[in-house]
Design a protein around this ligand. Structure first.
Ligand SMILES: Cc1ncc(COP(=O)(O)O)c(C=O)c1O
Length: 370
């Protein structure tokens, strides 16, 4: 089976993790935490980094900094992972959805303004599968309505919008370093900001709101969302190698596109003129004219030794959110189609040219042999 993803880990990762084990710095103190926070913030073009234990809680902490009052709203794309919606609901807010752009699969920024009410506090753009959101119109809307932008750049390490890195385009940005991410720490996440007060709040919330002056004395409730020094050690080694990882992803994306563009039944990822796509995952949308859904297609691919993953199912189609009375009767046709016709192909950093060729051969054989 050609896997969807596998992490790329090298000698540096081993060396730095070994240092943690040999020195005994295995919890959330030690030199790698700050080094990772600094290196990642610097790479993304932001001032402060706060490392946490995964991308889901990075979003939760970012939204916590809004101090949402009950009934206040955050606008996000329906086509994303549930971490985004639950970061809002856990903080007492209401997620408000927009559909996605049919080309980039990212939030349709043209739909945002119509969703703004007197209760709207923030917008949460999500850069999908490595392609940035069209941020400039969003930044302009946020400025005009005095809204915070919380950028979810979990899938867009190294991606760029008009020359600026994803993660530097909002007020607060969030990352995941799960094993399938371009930079991985196994499990892990980070929140970036240029605001010193926000960074200090994030650090406090991450660590049970301990007071500096007197430990075990609390004036606020926090969380234990700390990252370990071992994870950060992996992260430092990974950031040192990010240029070659991004290059490999871009090679993979361009190579897939070159070989698959002959199939008119497939919609392939784009790279808009203002974007640098890092092809975190190489997605396909299968035309309904094939008579196959993504589930049928995935099954055929798996039988031929090619692993895939389905696209996201929109937040408005999630029973757990509908059960809370959210999104009743709402429809988002682009996201609904992507959820049914979309999947992604093997996209790991270790994918070889031979494997990529085999994936394309199998895709072609299924489409031609229908
Ligand atoms: C867009 C997006 N945001 C947030 C997350 C959550 O990250 P984690 O899996 O580290 O909790 C993911 C997960 O992969 C994601 O794809």
């Amino acid at each position: 089976m050609i896997p969807v993803n596998e992490p790329r880990l090298g000698a540096r990762e081993l060396e730095y993790v070994n240092e943690c084990l040999q020195t005994g710095w295995i919890s959330s103190e030690g030199r790698f935490i700050e080094a990772f926070e600094q290196k990642w913030a610097e790479y993304c073009g932001m001032k402060y980094g706060v490392a946490v234990c995964n991308g889901t809680v990075a979003l939760q902490l970012a939204v916590a900094c809004l101090d949402l009052q009950p009934g206040e709203e955050v606008i996000l794309p329906t086509f994303t992972i549930i971490s985004c919606a639950q970061a809002i609901t856990y903080n007492g807010g209401i997620p408000v959805l927009v559909d996605c752009d049919p080309r980039t699969w990212c939030m349709d920024v043209g739909q945002v303004e119509a969703k703004i009410t007197s209760r709207t506090r923030a917008i949460m753009p999500v850069h999908i599968y490595g392609h940035p959101v069209d941020m400039e119109p969003l930044q302009e809307i946020a400025r005009r309505h005095n809204l915070v932008i919380i950028e979810d750049a979990a899938e867009a390490h190294g991606a760029e919008y008009k020359g600026a890195r994803c993660g530097s385009l909002g007020d607060i940005s969030c990352f995941s370093f799960y094993a399938n991410k371009i930079v991985t720490t196994g499990e892990g996440g980070m929140v970036l900001t240029n605001n010193e007060a926000v960074a200090s709040r994030l650090k406090s919330l991450r660590n049970l709101c301990f007071q500096k002056e007197r430990r075990f004395y609390h004036t606020a409730l926090g969380f234990n969302f700390r990252m370990t020094n071992i994870q950060a050690a992996l992260g430092v080694a990974q950031v040192e190698a990010i240029e070659s990882a991004v290059q490999q992803k871009r090679w993979m994306g361009q190579e897939y596109t070159k070989r698959l563009s002959q199939f008119k039944e497939l919609q392939l990822p784009v790279e808009e003129a203002w974007a640098k796509n890092v092809y975190w995952m190489y997605g396909l949308v299968l035309n309904e004219s094939t008579g196959m859904s993504a589930v049928d297609f995935a099954k055929r691919l798996a039988e031929a030794g090619v692993a895939t993953r389905p696209f996201f199912l929109g937040m408005h189609e999630q029973p757990v959110l509908q059960d809370r009375g959210l999104f009743m009767g709402e429809h988002y046709p682009v996201a609904e189609r992507l959820a049914r016709q979309g999947l992604y192909l093997p996209s790991g950093l270790s994918l070889t040219q031979v494997q990529l060729g085999e994936v394309c051969r199998v895709v072609g054989a299924i489409l031609n042999g229908r």
